[in-house]
Design a protein around this ligand. Structure first.
Ligand code: FRU
Length: 745
């Protein structure tokens, strides 16, 4: 291709000639370098870009690095809340690439560098920052535009983003035929531009690995700029994730695992692509290492002993976890799916992680079951066994296990996936099963309603600013009809029936949602009729988005929540609460929920010590602690029963945690957290579970459930448990200590 070298090109567009392209002497066309005292031929609207290119950072902005020359386009004029656009003159595309430097916020749709042809955005790029802190640095990015040769285009920067990281930094936009220096041939995915040159081809080895054990290790450096990691089969994109990639292996904090098992099939040509990596990266980094890629999700079997690894609360081997999803009993196993980011220790890239257990205590993590796709990330949802095969998805007399999830893409739709073996899941070909009602609607909870012999789905929908739960019904799980709605609950609904005081003839319905607040009432298959106001659920901290298990054979209603236990410095983050059995008891105020640790947890018990026995009660006097030394390790179940007679406070210390009962207020105070806990027949009966990441307290016969995340860690020293009173006497009727074993061994 021959192109003349000129210092200025004049392009005639309609009748208005504009100077759009400047040769920089290297056959490259500078579209914008923002070195002048004005934006020159670029036009700006709004306030964000000010009157002239910025000389680095603006007032209150962190220092900017990585721009070229003395100035750059910076949309922080007037701070993050200002908005505006900055557009180049139109010019003819005549090179293979446009390269640029870009930094600032990652807010797709609101904050973009765009290539526009005939009013259509044909390429886009974003900054990389999406949380407080971070860096203003610009990094190189580029678009492949060979296919657009001869078209007339403009480059435009839009800033419609307000609040944190609501600005972009852009510089040195150049059209070029050279591979933009310092970057691989894989164009930036996430744009309308599927990558063509693989960074790493995994085809051959993918075929030879055990189909259930194909993991590719991806080195992660926490906080590193996010790269887009794309898995492709030939030309089609299978999955895209954002990864804080360690481009220097020596600096990796941990290895994430990309589970490619579900994508392997005969004839598949799988390849992995990374945007914006230096070519040398490939050489230095064995992205995939079949010798290590044999552990499904990379559970690092035999591991689970990191200092901040909860020892009997479920956590994912690697990566971030939030809500429990798809809790169900099927074929002899409890299935716990969960919101999982396999590639980072913060929220993002939502997959459904998957673990199974036969006893709710010992969990085995399998690889991720649901992967983000073109319909969006895989948000929370539920699961049922379709016993009567109403969906027709069962095979050979095997009832299907069906998962319901929200695909959180441009639209938020409700979808399903099914399995007959509980291992491999197929997304339903005719998804979605429910279109978007309003943006952000999510978290389908599906149950079978026996009296009306139909399926019911509860979904969270924000309607004109009001948080509502919508109910739908279906004969076959595939087609859904709107039935009713109720106001006042936010995210992750659950709906179930419980007997009052264990009497199967007296049942009530419970509607609850992410906060675990609940209402008791009636449900006729279409409409929930509340009989109580919203009542508080848990009384502690960091317990959220709990979900009850479907299809539990003995009819127990087992509930498990996301326990927000932050574990800094670990290759994983967050955990689940203990599995809890729910009950309804009559109280002076009416029926109330009770939370009790499931009985299976008793399997973890090791040595038992009866420090105080019911036949030899202990009269505690003010400030005279009764002290017991316990084994190192800090894993305990402690059972206490006391009568606070004249005491002002009754105090229990376990390792570093102090549990104070304020007798007058009838409240527990634990790590600054207060919880109402009535005395029952003048006594307080407590069960306390201590793990490395927190304690869970069950008081008032289960009416008070108080989870408190606190990093206790693995304590190498023996610790102490003590009881005492304050301001008066108390009688202890029992103090029983069980050492607990790790559930991972
Ligand atoms: C609750 C939640 C859900 C959503 C999921 C996304 O924690 O916001 O509503 O489906 O997390 O991870």
């Amino acid at each position: 291709m021959h192109r003349a070298i000129l210092s200025t090109i004049l392009i005639g567009l309609s009748s208005l000639p504009v100077r759009a392209e400047i040769w920089n002497g290297e056959r490259d066309l500078v579209v914008g370098d923002f070195e002048g005292e004005s934006y020159d031929l670029w036009t700006s609207t709004g306030d964000a870009f000010g009157d002239e290119p910025a000389r680095g950072n603006l007032a209150t902005q962190m220092p900017i690095t990585g721009f070229q020359g003395k100035r750059l386009a910076n949309s922080f004029h007037g701070g993050d809340d200002s908005t505006g656009t900055l557009a180049s003159p139109a010019f003819t595309l005549s090179r293979t690439y446009i390269s640029f430097l870009i930094g600032g916020g990652r807010r797709p749709g609101k904050l973009e560098l765009q290539l526009v042809i005939d009013g259509q955005v044909v390429r886009r790029a974003f900054g990389s920052q999406d949380k407080p802190g971070g860096t203003e640095a610009l990094e190189q990015g580029y678009w492949s535009i060979g296919d657009l040769e001869g078209r007339t285009a403009t480059v435009r920067i839009i800033d419609q983003a307000k609040g944190g990281w609501g600005h972009l930094n852009v510089d040195h936009i150049v059209a070029t035929d050279k591979d933009p220096s310092g970057i691989t041939l894989a164009p930036v995915p996430g744009l309308n531009d599927p990558p063509r040159q693989p960074t790493c081809l995994v085809h051959d080895i993918a075929q030879s690995l055990d189909p259930r054990g194909s993991g590719i290790f991806i080195p992660i450096r926490n906080g590193a700029p996010k790269r887009v990691l794309t898995l492709m089969d030939g030309d089609s994109v299978l999955m895209r994730n954002e990864v804080e990639l360690a481009d220097d292996l020596a600096k990796a904090d941990w290895d994430a695992v990309m589970n490619i098992a579900p994508f392997k099939k005969v004839g598949a040509a799988l390849s992995i692509h990374l945007d914006r990596m230096k070519p040398s990266f490939m050489m230095r980094t064995p992205i995939f290492d079949p010798a290590r890629a044999n552990a499904g999700s990379g559970t690092g079997r035999g591991g689970y002993d990191e200092p901040l690894r909860a020892q009997y609360h479920f956590s994912s081997a690697r990566g971030w976890l939030n809500d429990p999803n798809g809790c169900v009993f099927h074929n002899g196993e409890y299935h716990l799916f969960y919101q999982h980011n396999p590639y980072g220790i913060t929220w993002g890239n939502m997959h459904w992680g998957h673990a199974v257990s036969t006893d709710l205590v010992h969990w085995r993590e399998l690889g991720d079951a649901l992967f983000p796709d073109e319909s969006g990330m895989m948000y929370s949802g539920s699961a049922v066994v379709d016993w009567k095969n109403t969906s027709g998805l069962g095979r050979d007399g095997k009832p299907p296990l069906i998962l319901f999830y929200t695909a959180a893409g441009d639209e938020y739709t409700q979808c399903m996936a099914w399995s007959t073996d509980g291992r491999t899941f197929t997304k339903y070909a005719e998804n979605p099963i429910l279109r978007q009602v309003t943006h952000g609607n999510r978290d389908p909870k599906v149950i079978w309603h026996e009296p009306t012999k139909q399926w019911v789905m509860a979904v969270y929908v924000e309607l004109k600013g009001v948080h509502t739960i919508h109910f739908y019904t279906s004969p076959d799980l595939k087609t859904w009809t709107y039935a009713s709605k109720t106001d006042g609950f936010f995210e992750c609904p659950d709906l179930f029936e419980l007997p009052v005081d264990g009497d199967p003839a007296k049942k009530k319905w419970i509607l609850t949602a992410a906060s675990s607040e609940y209402q008791i009432g009636g449900f006729d298959g279409k409409t929930f009729t509340p009989e109580t106001p919203k009542l508080p659920g848990h009384r502690g901290k960091g317990f959220y988005a709990a979900q009850s298990f479907s299809d539990v054979p003995d009819g127990r209603r087992i509930f498990i929540g996301w326990w927000q236990t932050e574990t800094k410095g670990m290759p994983f983050n967050q955990s689940m609460s203990l599995p809890l059995e729910l009950g309804l008891v009559t109280t002076a105020d009416g029926p109330r929920l009770t939370f009790t640790p499931v009985k299976e947890l008793e399997k973890l018990r090791g040595e038992r010590r009866d420090v105080i026995r019911p036949d030899q009660p202990y009269g505690a006097r003010p400030r005279v602690p009764l002290v017991t030394r316990v084994e190192a390790g800090g894993l305990h179940e402690v059972r206490v029963e006391f009568e606070p007679t004249t005491a002002g406070n009754v105090i229990l210390r376990i390792g570093g945690s102090t549990i104070t009962y304020d007798v007058k207020a009838r409240q527990f105070i634990v790590h600054g957290q207060r919880a109402n806990a009535p005395l029952i027949a003048g006594r307080q009966r407590l069960t306390i579970y201590c793990d490395r990441t927190g304690i869970e307290i069950f008081a008032s016969d289960g009416q008070c459930y108080m989870p408190v995340p606190v990093n206790i860690g693995s304590d190498p020293q023996p610790s102490e448990i003590s009881v005492e009173s304050d301001g008066g006497d108390a009688i202890f009727h029992a103090l029983q200590v069980h050492e607990l074993r790790s559930a991972w061994r």
